[in-house]
Design a protein around this ligand. Structure first.
Ligand code: HEC
Length: 144
């Protein structure tokens, strides 16, 4: 179990560092500014992926797993599959913007559109299909 978690962390670190060098270049070249930049894991770092699918694959998957079912080891990464907490879109928006305990805050690393896209992705995959997408405006509200 502990070993599995270690692999998870390594996978996340590798994804992050690989994405980091690419993303900082991309962000410099073309990235939209987040509406409320704040210091987070790494000041100035921005994710470059724009679709919910790509963001999930490169950011969330390392902890929440390919199938969204999470993992339990030295830490607990909750399942997003069949998770009723995602029903009210404002909840996952707030968690992704601000983080919560072991969940890092991504508010400063993603634009409103990126956060809305990845939240809408997790709310319409892994056995769920909530019909009311969140908007960039919802993300803006959660930043305040
Ligand atoms: C570094 C590991 C990590 C990454 C990367 C990560 N999460 Fe999490 N996530 C967690 C942990 C740990 C929790 C549980 C937080 C707590 O204890 O309240 C969590 C909780 C959540 C929750 C709340 C689940 C619930 O039932 O309350 C949502 C929604 C969520 N994450 C979505 C995402 C999305 C979307 C991404 C990608 C943008 C992401 N997470 C990336 C570790 C991570």
């Amino acid at each position: 179990m502990i070993r599995k978690n270690k692999n998870l962390r390594t996978a996340f670190a590798m994804t992050l560092s690989a994405t980091l060098s690419l993303a900082s270049f991309m962000a410099y070249a073309q990235g939209p500014e987040p509406s409320a930049p704040r210091p987070a894991l790494s000041a100035g770092f921005r994710f470059a992926e724009m679709t919910g699918e790509d963001l999930f694959a490169n950011v969330c998957r390392a902890c929440h797993m390919q199938d969204g079912k999470g993992a339990i080891g030295a830490g607990t990464y909750p399942s997003l599959a069949g998770n009723g907490n995602l029903q009210a879109g404002g909840y996952p928006v707030t968690i992704v913007v601000n983080g919560q305990r072991g969940m890092p805050p991504f508010g400063a690393m993603m634009s409103d559109d990126q956060i809305a896209a990845v939240v809408n992705y997790v709310r319409t995959h892994f056995g769920k299909n909530f019909p009311d997408p969140v908007t960039a405006e919802d993300v803006k509200t959660a930043r305040r």
